[in-house]
Design a protein around this ligand. Structure first.
Ligand SMILES: [Zn+2]
Ligand SMILES: [Zn+2]
Length: 493
């Protein structure tokens, strides 16, 4: 994790928020490479969950919603954690997690002795158990109080309860309150889905582990509405579609390069289910902190539509032509985190290996995930004709792909820099490409393309570059394309 966090900062994937002011706890900014990586993840999700499907449409709702939304959804009442405060140092803790951290202890059996006792254990000198604040070891703790995790804000000129509202803690509620609008506007038949990508906010008391848990985060959520009276393959439609989306979402992460052995499904036991859920399955990734949730796929039943119908007084039903009756659809919800996906794709891609006695760090991103697809490098930056040709090539390829030009170091170093940020292909323009005008040479009009993973190189005519990269970045294997072109010796690094 430390190596990855340091790479993220050094190369411009992720910076700490407001760093020049000492940083803001658990808030992060995406830099020039991070923003491309994040956009790729969002775009691939949207492509596969919305554009390629005939049964899903998208929306983009406001972060601010009517406060009654959160009464209806149950967030105002139930989206809480029991908290205790230390009367001395004023620190706040989750009551149910107090004994999951080591605690500070001033032992009466040993004069002036301040100890740190391991989490959940009693003092081995006096046998005492923790009753005071685990941090300062002196303060009494208050009784637990329910602390709502929604972030409050005030709208309008007066700060009173009438203007109180919340930053949404999930994007899902916008799909429920817009159900009737979307149904009317699109004339959909069940089953169909409404998808959204957007920011959500939770006032987490214990955020942390880099971008894994933050107070401001981005979600990719889809609410898939099904007719609970229908059956598919002899099973209730909601159960069929729940399994369908679990498989579909698991396959999505694998399709874009996450290794199968680092993904697993976890069924929520009954006592852990959220109040709205009939069944929830998490897709977990083997993060550096251990197996943790990457995405949750819940069967939310008809809970949300019924709640919003009751609170708003509006009918949120679907007319079932076959049964000549109004039904309240059931909802299957795949809910993924964009930031967690960034962390999972980076963790999975990160490799350190030894090449000719030197350490090579490489991010083995799937080409669709990689922030930069092609780096154009001039072999000699002092030769104007080489530089001019390289810039021309960059401008031409940049019409189709994210391409960078770099001439700030020797070629070996430039290759390593691109490996480290996961650029699948480097392209070099050299003396052979342009020839020597002084001697009347025109050059061979070919460039060298180097593959990140195998470090093999081929020589390709300039005119064929768009077609060759179209194949390489469009799903063709390197070996398949490379055998059609002359090989060049191992990379010059
Ligand atoms: Zn304290
Ligand atoms: Zn003791």
């Amino acid at each position: 994790m430390d190596a990855l966090v340091s790479l993220c900062k050094r190369r411009g994937f992720i910076f700490q928020s407001s760093e020049i002011y000492g940083g803001l706890g658990s808030a992060w900014d995406y830099g020039p490479l991070g923003v491309e990586l994040k956009r790729n993840i969002r775009n691939l999700w949207w492509q596969d969950v919305v554009h390629r499907r005939a049964d899903v449409v998208g929306i983009e709702a406001a972060v601010l919603m009517h406060p009654r939304v959160w009464e209806a959804s149950g967030h105002l009442e139930r989206f809480t954690d029991p908290m205790v405060d230390c009367r001395a140092c004023k620190r706040r803790f989750r009551a149910d997690k107090l004994d999951e951290q080591p605690w500070t202890h001033y032992c009466p059996a040993k004069k002036d002795n301040k100890f740190e006792v391991p989490a959940g254990e009693s003092c081995k000198h006096c046998g005492a158990r923790r009753t005071l604040c685990p941090e300062c070891g002196r303060g009494e703790l208050t009784e637990p109080r329910q602390f709502n995790m929604m972030l409050k804000t005030f709208l309008g000129p007066v700060e009173d309860d009438a203007a109180l509202t919340y930053l949404r803690p999930e994007t899902a509620q916008a799909m429920f309150v817009n159900f009737e609008n979307v149904l009317q506007a699109t004339r959909r038949k069940l089953p169909f889905g409404i998808a959204q990508i957007g920011r959500s906010f939770r006032n987490e008391i214990t955020p942390g582990n880099f971008i894994f848990r933050t107070r401001e985060f981005e979600q990719m959520e889809m609410e898939f509405f099904v007719n609970p009276h229908d059956t598919v393959d002899g099973r209730p439609a909601d159960e069929y579609w729940h399994d369908y989306w679990i498989e579909e979402r698991l396959a999505w992460y694998r399709r874009y390069g996450i290794r199968a052995e680092n993904l697993q499904l976890r069924e929520h036991p009954k006592e852990e289910l959220a109040h709205y859920s009939k069944r929830t399955v998490d897709i977990e990734y083997r993060f550096a902190i251990g197996w943790s949730e990457l995405e949750g796929i819940a069967n939310r039943t008809d809970f949300d539509l019924k709640q919003h119908a009751a609170f708003s007084g509006k009918s949120l039903t679907y007319f079932d032509e076959e049964r000549k009756a109004h039904v309240v659809p059931y909802v299957i919800e795949p809910a993924a985190g964009v930031d967690r996906s960034v962390l999972a794709f980076m963790t999975d891609a990160y490799h350190e290996e030894e090449v000719r006695g030197e350490k090579r760090v490489v991010l083995r991103f799937h080409p669709d995930i990689a922030p930069v697809k092609i780096a154009v490098l001039p072999l000699l930056k002092k030769r104007e004709d080489i530089v001019a040709r390289a810039r021309e090539v960059r401008d031409c390829l940049a019409r189709h792909w994210v391409v960078v030009y770099d001439d700030t170091a020797a070629i070996g170093r430039l290759y390593r820099r691109q490996d480290e940020v996961g650029t699948p292909f480097c392209l070099t323009v050299d003396v052979q490409t342009v020839g020597d005008a002084g001697r009347g040479e025109v050059g061979d009009q070919r460039v060298t393309i180097r593959d990140r993973d195998s470090m093999e190189q081929i020589r390709v005519p300039l005119a064929e570059l768009p077609a060759v990269f179209g194949r390489l970045l469009g799903g063709s294997a390197w070996a398949e394309v490379a055998r059609e072109y002359p090989r060049v010796g191992a990379d010059r690094s």
